[in-house]
Design a binder for this molecule. Structure first.
Ligand SMILES: Nc1ncnc2c1ncn2[C@@H]1O[C@H](COP(=O)(O)OP(=O)(O)OP(=O)(O)O)[C@@H](O)[C@H]1O
Length: 307
């Protein structure tokens, strides 16, 4: 017997959706913090609230994108249970779906910056209740070489770390794995030389990140606008030697990266990041080949459920 049955969420007195509809939870069992019992609690609550709910565990990278691209998906809400990389896959799939469902997120993942950005709940019942309320915001994203990114696309030292961090280290130490990898490669890597063009203006730098979200790498603020506000910003840093990187890292932690010496922050519509020899690139915390990158705004949005 489920006592939770119809024990309405606090907001039950607010406008309730007529047809809750069906929910497909695509869960990445390899994402940081993944818990099967957590998903079961979300599903139980959703079913008590009248949703037909299915949980599918991915068997390989790319599967969330494949499912989200399917025009015959037939669900009203696609829930990604995973981190920012899994969410990125869903967005990418939606680009090829003429009638994509709305997106919801169960925040697993090593960092899950988007969950932070949207202020998503972290408890199973609160997540199910959020899905029940059906309140959406328009999630904006940028395109890097035509590929969507909801948080950031970057090139330089941070992307090299993303490429180099071993999965086992990430699973064992979480976000600390990036710091360990930064120290491991930071003293032997060569400087990156980037030429960044922002709507026609050229800036030279060693590190460039195009940000669609306020936060970067965790609760650290990098950009004045969030992922539901219009506009992309580019942060360019003039140095990437170990000590400058440490200085910039501390400035980021104290929310002062935009004011740090040698940092340039600019809004832009279209940018390119080029280099004479290839420099590592990343989107939303996953490896994304190397330069050159062409980054642009898009007016497209995806409805995402929010509290
Ligand atoms: N079954 C799977 N096996 C291996 N890789 C997978 C599987 N399912 C999804 N992936 C890949 O794992 C990558 C990382 O997953 P995800 O973003 O969910 O977790 P994370 O890396 O721990 O979190 P974050 O991106 O927030 O740091 C995704 O880009 C996705 O392509």
């Amino acid at each position: 017997m489920r006592d939770l049955c119809w024990s309405a969420p606090a907001s039950r007195r607010q406008a309730a959706p007529d047809i809750p509809g069906s929910v497909l939870i695509m869960a990445n069992p390899t994402s940081g913090g993944y818990k099967a019992e957590f998903l079961d609690s979300v599903r139980t609550r959703l079913e008590d609230l009248g949703f037909r709910t299915e949980i599918r565990l991915t068997r390989h990278a790319g599967e969330i994108g494949e499912v989200c691209a399917n025009p015959g998906l037939g669900v009203r809400t696609l829930v990604v249970a995973g981190g920012d990389g899994s969410i990125n896959e869903a967005l990418t799939g939606f680009q090829n779906n003429p009638d994509p469902p709305q997106l919801a997120v169960i925040p697993f993942g090593t960092a899950n910056v988007l969950a932070l950005e949207l202020g998503l709940p972290r408890k199973p019942l609160a997540i199910a209740d959020m899905i029940w309320r059906q309140k959406t915001k328009s999630l904006r994203f940028g395109l890097a070489n035509g590929h969507p990114f909801v948080l950031m696309a970057s090139s330089g030292f941070d992307a090299e770390i993303v490429h180099a961090v071993p999965l086992a280290l990430k699973r064992k130490f979480g976000k600390l794995a990036y710091v360990i990898t930064a120290f491991r490669i930071g003293f032997k890597r060569k400087a990156s030389h980037l030429e960044i063009s922002l709507d026609g203006e050229t800036i030279n730098g060693k590190f460039a990140v195009a940000s669609n979200a306020r936060h970067y790498g965790g609760p650290f603020v990098i950009c004045p606008h969030g992922a539901t506000d219009p506009g992309l910003y580019m942060l360019v840093l003039d140095k990437d030697d170990p000590w400058s990187s440490l200085r910039y890292g501390l400035a980021l932690m104290f929310g002062r990266i935009h004011k740090a010496r040698g940092a340039t922050v600019r809004p832009f519509s279209v940018a390119t990041i080029a280099s004479t020899s290839p420099v590592a690139a990343q989107v939303d915390g996953d490896p994304f080949g190397t330069t050159p990158l062409e980054i642009r705004q898009t007016e497209k949005t995806v409805p995402v459920l929010v509290p």
